[in-house]
Design a protein around this ligand. Structure first.
Ligand SMILES: [Zn+2]
Length: 85
């Protein structure tokens, strides 16, 4: 797992996310990111800042063959959060 510094993004949960961990590629514009603290999805902009996906983007993201992996990760994050509380 590698980590790349990205411009800081304050998640709706309050986490200041300023790095992206990934197995292979560095983050690219249009890539999806997950907040490790709450599981919120964001999409990288051209300058690698992030925004919450629009409804249209969510339709595209859910149609991706890898969506089930993202969904599994979101579920794991939510389960961990419940366990911690
Ligand atoms: Zn968050």
């Amino acid at each position: 797992m590698k980590t790349t510094r990205v411009p800081p993004h304050t998640c709706t949960c309050g986490a200041d996310n300023d790095a992206a961990s990934h197995r292979n590629a560095i983050p690219s514009p249009g890539d999806v990111s997950l907040c490790w603290y709450c599981g919120e999805l964001t999409v990288f902009n051209e300058d690698l800042t992030q925004h919450v996906p629009t409804e249209e983007e969510m339709v595209e993201i859910r149609a991706n063959p890898a969506w089930h992996l993202v969904e599994d990760m979101i579920n794991q994050i939510h389960a961990r959060k419940q366990k911690d509380n």
